[in-house]
Write a protein that binds this ligand. Sequence first.
Ligand code: FAD
Length: 443
Amino acid sequence: RKVLIVGGVAGGATTAARLRRLDEDAHIVMFERDAYISFANCGLPYYIGDSIKERSKLLVQTPEAMYQRFNIDIRTESEVVELRPDTQTVLVRSKERGEYEESYDALILSPGARPIRPNLPGIDSPRVHTLRNIPDTDRIKARVVQEKVQSAIVIGGGFIGIEMAENLRDIGLDVTLIEGGPQILAPFDPEMSAELAKELEEQGVKLLMSQTVTSFQDVDNRIMVQTASGDALTSDIVILAIGVAPDTAFLKDSGLELGPRGHIIVDDHLKTNLDQVYAVGDAVEVVDFVNGSKTAIPLAGPANKQGRIAADNVCGLSTSYKGSQGTSIIKVFGLTGAATGNNEKILQRLGLPYHVSYIHPNSHAAYYPGATPLSLKLLFDDQGKVLGAQAVGYDGVDKRIDDIATVIRFRGNVTDLTELELAYAPPYSSAKDPVNMAGYTAE
Ligand code: FAD
């Protein structure tokens, strides 16, 4: 059996490893457009901010190591430019080998998503950076270090924008963040997001909310950013992080079914409409695990899980993907924000009924030193079924959201939250953990 994989990072590399475990004899070829495979996308901002000191730590796997360990035929700097389902082949454009066709018995697509670059005047300035991969990171790091830049404008208050704002601030830059909407960090509802925004401001990040950028202009080794409200701001570097779009342009005329925004449509076995073609990761449309609607959730956890499932299905194991619930977490200087499931904005948009409860417990027993308050918001339906949760605080935010994420996965209700028996000693929690308390308050 010959299996081709398009994309060599989160979804692609997981798929390759799982395929090899399931089938010792398959010929597995992994194509990657760039020079690097299986790197730590999620670590890139922290390398720019010097929390991760060594560049080599970002390279989780090298082509050589992956070949040695899994016997995968890895072809870097090799872009798949066309899918030809009639002949079960792909057309590859390789730096080394030129253009050639490769045939498949099964094909798994994991091309990911690319940063959105709107068609604005001056956007092609070399001072406007986006961040997706190692070459992007090297370019940003080179500019920041070699030119000793002092100021940055970050456009977009999503996860990558906020992580970049924090990391650039950490290395001493004067940072302004411009957000087009009325709040940062869409997975949170406005009142929870406001706590995170306050922390950003307290740490010296200037926030400009509800401002749209209209153009860029290079001015004497600096860059000027113009906004719709008429403001003009100047800085040494711009990080553009206004979201991502599926990297699926090469599939357009292949007969592969794509959604309205270019996402690959898959069934619960992650199979596309084409024979023997599967797709995973940021490029696919998924089912929202809570409400069953179609959505896209570009996160590493889902991409990895889907890679494993697609490999199972190629090997005949019949495994299904049950949907994504968008569990996510972000460090904003000293604070942590985490969320899982649906927020109020989603439930309102879909017209779904819900109830809300808030609690503000301590992260652990108040009498033990170091306890800090956290805000925990719970959303549940008329029957008490848990629909979502958001938490913001200095400590213990991650485990509370992970507990609730688990209850949501098992379609649990608020009584289940009260019944969870969670680890307790004074340095860690309270005899009634915040998650129990959230259940009691909601009951
Ligand atoms: P990718 O990992 O992007 O891999 C796709 C690969 O396919 C790319 O390397 C691309 O070059 C290649 N490719 C595309 N088209 C072709 C083609 N035609 N031929 C050959 N190769 C092709 N997620 C989290 O859950 N938590 C985080 O903290 C987090 N932080 C992040 C920080 C940053 C800066 C970034 C950029 C992303 C972060 N993510 C995070 C998102 C996470 O990295 C993605 O969800 C995940 O990598 C998606 O995996 P994927 O395989 O779909 O795509």
